[in-house]
Design a protein around this ligand. Structure first.
Ligand code: GAP
Length: 447
């Protein structure tokens, strides 16, 4: 089993992540978060929000609707260009994203270039390919009272899309925030929320999903100040990933995306790659979107997106720097970073060395013996004190103490607190450390 398989198995076994709609055989590209996954995901999102929004004076939050006016996607260029190269095997009819089954090509590969590579079909092993076709990844739906048999104008006009990026929900609110908060440039608008992409080949557990969550900032700047702000945001991403998420700096690599591979809106993009168990993959992107989006909105809506400088009276359309990160990719990076197998007294152990700010539970409290009411009562007392103080504390009185430790190691609980007979007389407890497995006696009042 690869390390990724081990992580997938741990996630299922301990209730972090389950395959979407599993009881019906699953639904490709979708995943459900279980009780511990929800806590970890929320902590990741809350840390991001605290770091990039709450602790800064230049950031504001928004939470836009997922269903938006379809004109947005025309203006943003997604209707015309948000497409991946689809290729079909004429033998077995399997469909693939061309640039994912051949080396050395990118999303703009032509049919001829692909055919020249003599790629074998990953399913049937033959080489008989159709042409490359552009496949738009937006999910469409109908909004309003439209029946399946409706055609023509009624059906046409009711088409809407599930947003493929949260960013456009920010851009369409830029003017609202400027007119209500009068922020000085530079300032950022941040949003966390779902995004949907009909990926041709969802893969690698939660790395490439059809439904994911993004955390994005559109940072509005004066056009001639984009480079300094790009550098500022670049540094902030490293600080967040390395100090708040605890990701090793050695596992993060910057990739300067060449012009031909950049998204249609970007004049400069740095992808932050992370060393996942199956290789280096994009964790997040930092893009200079210029005035592409505000300019398009201005043209499509007929409303001015100009900003008026309070000091000089100058008016212009701001330029934008965008850091964008997927919650699931960050979740997997955090898990890959801390998943460890070691040996304690000759026995293999799996441990998640999660930093304290991300561990689903900070403490686990147990009575040494479950069938001694005086121990259980005292342990309940300690449990309530810690829960009151820290919130994220769990109770475990199942199995023997060794099994409890192993379970808490697997879910990343930094400290296990055990109440025994000595506690009843001296108010001390045993505190066992997850990473070193060392045990110390501590007064309850000092926890
Ligand atoms: N607004 C810019 C934007 O959406 P992107 O590079 O397409 O740019 C940004 O996506 C980030 O969103 C990626 O770096 C990744 O973390 C996450 N992401 C994109 N597609 C994803 C998918 N199918 N599954 C999981 N995460 C995804």
């Amino acid at each position: 089993m690869s390390k990724l398989d081990d992580i997938v198995s741990l996630c299922k076994r301990r209730g972090f992540v389950f395959p979407g709609s599993e009881v019906y055989g699953g639904f490709a590209g979708t995943w459900d978060f279980g009780p511990l996954g929800v806590i970890l995901k929320k902590k990741i999102m809350d840390e991001w929000w605290s770091f990039f929004v709450e602790k800064r004076d230049d950031m504001y939050g928004v939470d836009a609707a997922i269903l938006m006016n379809p004109r947005i996607w025309v203006a943003s260029g997604h209707t015309a260009t948000f497409a991946d190269p689809l290729v079909e095997c004429k033998e077995c009819k399997s469909r693939f994203r061309a640039d994912k089954i051949a080396d050395g090509i990118n999303e703009s590969v032509s049919s001829e270039e692909f055919w020249d590579l003599h790629v074998k079909c990953p399913v049937c092993g033959k080489e008989n390919w159709g042409p490359i076709r552009k496949f738009n990844m937006m999910f469409s739906t109908h909004v309003g009272a439209v029946l399946p048999e409706d055609t023509g104008d009624l059906a046409e006009k009711s088409i809407a899309y599930l947003r493929p990026e949260t960013a456009q929900g920010i851009f369409v609110n830029y003017k609202n925030v400027v007119d209500t908060f009068y922020p000085s440039l530079p300032f950022g608008l941040a949003q966390q929320g779902k995004a949907f992409r009909n990926e041709i080949s969802p893969r690698d557990f939660i790395l490439r999903d059809r439904e994911c969550s993004q955390m994005e900032i559109e940072y509005f700047v004066k056009p001639d100040e984009w480079e300094t702000n790009f550098e500022m945001l670049r540094g902030l991403q490293h600080e967040f990933l390395e100090t708040v998420m605890g990701l090793g700096a050695r596992k993060i690599h910057e990739y300067e995306v060449p012009a031909e591979d950049r998204a249609h809106y970007s004049k400069r993009t740095i992808d932050f790659m992370f060393d996942y168990p199956n290789g280096s993959e994009e964790l997040m992107g930092l893009a200079y979107r210029t005035d592409f989006d505000l300019d398009n909105i201005q043209r499509e809506s007929g409303k001015s997106m100009e900003y008026r400088d309070k000091n000089t009276g100058e008016t212009f359309v701001p330029h934008v720097i965008e850091p964008s990160i997927g919650v699931e990719r960050l979740f997997l990076a955090v898990l890959s970073n801390v998943y460890t197998e070691d040996e304690i007294n000759g026995e293999k152990r799996v441990v998640l060395k999660l930093p304290e700010n991300l561990a689903p539970y900070r403490f686990c409290v147990s009575p040494l013996l479950k069938n001694k009411p005086e121990l259980v009562e005292k342990a309940q007392e300690v449990y309530k004190i810690l829960r009151e103080k820290y919130g994220n504390v769990t109770w475990d009185d199942s199995g023997n103490i060794g099994k409890r430790y192993r379970k808490q190691d697997e879910i990343g609980t930094p400290k296990c607190v055990v109440i025994d007979f000595d506690t009843l007389s001296d108010n001390t407890v045993t505190v066992r450390d997850r990473d070193t497995t060392e045990q110390v006696r501590v007064l309850i009042s000092e926890l």
